[in-house]
Design a protein around this ligand. Structure first.
Ligand SMILES: Cc1ncc(COP(=O)(O)O)c(C=O)c1O
Length: 421
């Protein structure tokens, strides 16, 4: 069964919102996605029925605990974690990464080396740079090829050595859209004895994630990028989470993932996370049955989420190709990312471009005038924009698709751009 785009769109109330009778075209998805009704309902239900702190003997507190447990299980299914106890919740990816970098830093010392990349969002750069400053670590940079927008992995081999303690790398770039071979990167880093910290924030809305297959040590993502609420999620290998010391208050839990979850968490956010995972699973169970056989090793929600991602990725890729083909026909537009049709499996549908005649922010404003929502600038991918030499020119115009977008929307945006250019 192919994707039923009308049935999908009907689940997102915000897609029907208009401004002065003009439809909204959400191409701002890499900055945050819209949410389906199931997410709204579960969050509302949490606030109505289970609005209490944890650890009490009364119904609301017991209910809040069950929501937290449910969210850990849902994320364990989403990421194929070995156990729900490997899931840590936090405010967002950036906050979780700052916190984990401090705990990890207790294992590092002056002269130790860490590898960061020129392709990463600053959420996976600055926490480590500041740690390096505080501890006297040496930072080594993995560059990407500005022609191919990909890493050359032999470059990584040259950076790794006996002093390498950590490799921090993104799964997919929020600027170029490149999907990185995090499995190969993890293998290389582990062979050198380093820990691997993967930022899957931009990959999670588009492809299925299997932390056991990747072989990393930590992986972070954010539910507001995959159709859930503002909620950060960190997966960490059980033995490491157990060994690491958490920066926490004394009365708080000193074991399990809870020790990293400082203060009171957003239980309504966790209810929404479970709903987002269930949303994918619902697609997998209904529209993506023909993909089940590809995931024979999985069952239930783990299988359904993976099948859904296969279906949605194929659909998104068709939209991305349409958008890239259209951009190629516009005057002087240069896409800053993979464009070859045969390489579309190596990118998410986040398509950034520049043109010599218009600053990215002018284009974003012109599109906003047509009720097309798009981001411009560096979008916190400061290393990428610097590396591409685009900082002075105001970065890029970024058109980021999600599976609820349509071919008609792509055509509308291309027409709008044609008029502006
Ligand atoms: C690739 C990537 N990493 C990290 C982040 C930061 O995520 P958060 O807002 O959850 O801190 C973003 C946000 O856009 C991102 O795109």
């Amino acid at each position: 069964m192919p994707i039923d785009i009308d049935a999908i769109r009907a689940q997102f109330p915000s897609l029907a919102v208009t401004d002065d009778n003009r439809a909204r075209i959400y191409f701002d998805n890499p900055g945050g996605t819209q949410v389906p009704q199931i997410v709204i309902d579960r969050m509302t239900d949490c606030l109505i029925r289970n609005n209490a702190n944890l650890g009490g003997y009364f119904a609301t507190s017991i209910g809040a605990g069950a929501i937290m447990d449910g969210a850990r299980s849902a994320m364990a299914d989403f990421l194929n974690a070995a156990s729900p106890d490997e899931i840590v919740f936090g405010q967002n990816m950036t906050t979780l990464t700052f916190s984990m970098s401090r705990s990890l830093g207790r294992r590092f010392g002056p002269g130790d080396e860490i590898v960061l990349t020129r392709m990463d969002h600053d959420g996976n750069v600055s926490p480590w740079l500041l740690l390096a400053r505080d501890l006297g670590l040496t930072v080594k940079w993995l560059d990407f090829n500005p022609e191919t927008f990909e890493f050359d992995l032999p470059d990584l081999a040259k950076l790794l050595g006996p002093k390498t303690r950590l490799v921090a790398v993104n799964h997919a770039s929020n600027a170029t859209g490149t999907i990185n071979d995090v499995k190969a990167i993890s293998r290389m880093a582990k062979e050198a004895g380093a820990l691997v910290y993967v930022d899957s924030v931009q990959y999670a809305p588009h492809g299925s994630i299997d932390v056991q297959d990747i072989g990393c040590d930590f992986l972070v993502c954010s539910a507001y990028k995959f159709f859930g609420p503002h909620q950060g999620i960190l997966w960490g290998r059980a033995d490491l989470l157990e060994e690491l010391e958490a920066y926490k208050v004394r009365p708080a839990a000193s074991a399990g993932p809870e020790k990293f979850e400082t203060g009171t968490q957003s239980h309504e956010g966790m209810a929404g996370v479970t709903a987002a995972v269930d949303y994918f699973a619902g697609i997998g169970a209904t529209m993506a049955k023909e993909h089940h056989t590809r995931h024979a090793g999985f069952s239930g929600r783990r299988r359904d989420v993976r099948a859904a991602m296969d279906l949605l990725f194929a659909y998104e890729t068709s939209l991305a190709e349409r958008l890239i083909d259209g951009l190629k026909t516009l005057p002087d537009v240069t896409v800053q990312g993979i464009t070859a049709p045969e390489a579309m499996a190596r990118r998410v549908p986040t398509i950034s471009f520049i043109t010599p005649h218009h600053a990215p922010r002018e284009l974003a404003a012109a599109l906003a005038g047509q009720n097309v929502f798009a981001w411009s600038g560096h979008n916190y991918a400061v290393e990428v924009i610097d590396r591409l030499g685009l900082a002075e020119r105001g970065g890029v115009l970024r058109l980021g698709l999600a599976h609820y977008n349509t071919a008609a929307e792509v055509d509308f945006v291309l027409d709008a751009l044609r008029r502006v250019l």
